[in-house]
Design a binder for this molecule. Structure first.
Ligand code: HEC
Ligand code: HEC
Ligand code: HEC
Length: 227
């Protein structure tokens, strides 16, 4: 009987241990190390309260961190900038709705073109309009901002008033984004212009890097999308 109790006790301890491991594992993940670098590097001249109160877009965080580096170039390295910016964007970023209000709605209200924002009915129409705005105001709207807004805006649950049509092009785009973002950022993919004569060669080379990821049919769709 006593033996049985000991066994039960060991069993419970093992279960608790397992839960503890699962619970603590995020702390040992890369995000933790990014957080640690942030604390170590950014706590030197001021407390971190001023950071915790802020919410910024990816680009704005990058500018802040860059500016802080210029105050202490030997203390903060280029690699630190990347990691700290990522940590800040993930934990103290602006959410998609705020971003849309901040970037798009404010300006459209100011120029009296609020209605224009709600007139487009297709997903690809939205992507195109946002891309066009980004080209027009590159100093205001970054690639990451455009992608985040586009994703937010074209998600039906965020935007119940719009009956978005999913076009053939949207489907092709989905394959392109799902597959190619396994190794590249969306910013790279949307800004890198592939010349028509290089497309076939580059796509085949990309597939050869991870043949099990992209099948023939998918490669054909990506090719069509990029045409
Ligand atoms: C060499 C000292 C120093 C280091 C290191 C430093 N800061 Fe600062 N920071 C300052 C000073 C001085 C100010 C106030 C003047 C200013 O804003 O330029 C400031 C202001 C700020 C502000 C408020 C202004 C804004 O742009 O929002 C934030 C946020 C901030 N720091 C974040 C950081 C982060 C994140 C890091 C780590 C990458 C960092 N700081 C590292 C000196 C430093
Ligand atoms: C600096 C102000 C400004 C910002 C920021 C801005 N817009 Fe615009 N937008 C305009 C103006 C002015 C027009 C009308 C002239 C034109 O079409 O270029 C317009 C036109 C549009 C149109 C209708 C024309 C079309 O291309 O179909 C849409 C849709 C649109 N904007 C969406 C957006 C979205 C989404 C954002 C946020 C990513 C945004 N805009 C950010 C000023 C702005
Ligand atoms: C398994 C990882 C991986 C996948 C998946 C991948 N790429 Fe790449 N890509 C790379 C690497 C690594 C390089 C740099 C070396 C090179 O050019 O071969 C690269 C380079 C590129 C370049 C620059 C090449 C040049 O010659 O200028 C483009 C454009 C590109 N990729 C587009 C894509 C597209 C589009 C997809 C989706 C079909 C894709 N990649 C999928 C890993 C990948």
């Amino acid at each position: 009987m006593a033996n049985g109790k000991v066994k039960l006790c060991i069993f419970y301890l093992a279960v608790c241990g397992l839960f503890l491991c699962i619970f603590l594992s995020p702390i040992y993940s890369s995000e933790y190390s990014e957080g640690k670098i942030f604390q170590e590097k950014c706590f030197r001249c001021h407390d971190l309260k001023r950071v915790f109160q802020l919410r910024k877009r990816p680009r704005q965080w990058q500018i802040t961190v860059q500016r802080m580096k210029s105050k202490a170039p030997d203390w903060i390295s280029g690699k630190d900038i990347e990691k700290i910016s990522l940590f800040l964007t993930t934990n103290y970023g602006i959410d998609s709705k705020e971003l849309f209000n901040d970037l798009c709605l404010t300006c459209h209200q100011r120029v009296g073109k609020e209605k224009m924002l709600y007139e487009i009915k297709t997903k690809s129409g939205w992507s195109r309009a946002i891309e066009r705005m980004r080209h027009k105001y590159p100093f205001l709207i970054g690639v990451d901002d455009a992608v985040q807004i586009s994703e937010y805006w074209t998600n039906p649950s965020n935007n119940k008033n719009l009956k978005l049509k999913i076009t053939k092009r949207d489907k092709l785009e989905e394959v392109f984004e799902n597959k190619c973002t396994k190794c590249h950022t969306i910013g790279f993919l949307k800004t890198k212009k592939i010349k028509p004569e290089d497309r076939d060669r580059i796509l085949k080379r990309m597939r050869s890097k991870s043949p099990e990821l992209i099948n023939d049919q998918e490669l054909k769709k990506i090719d069509q999308y990029l045409q």
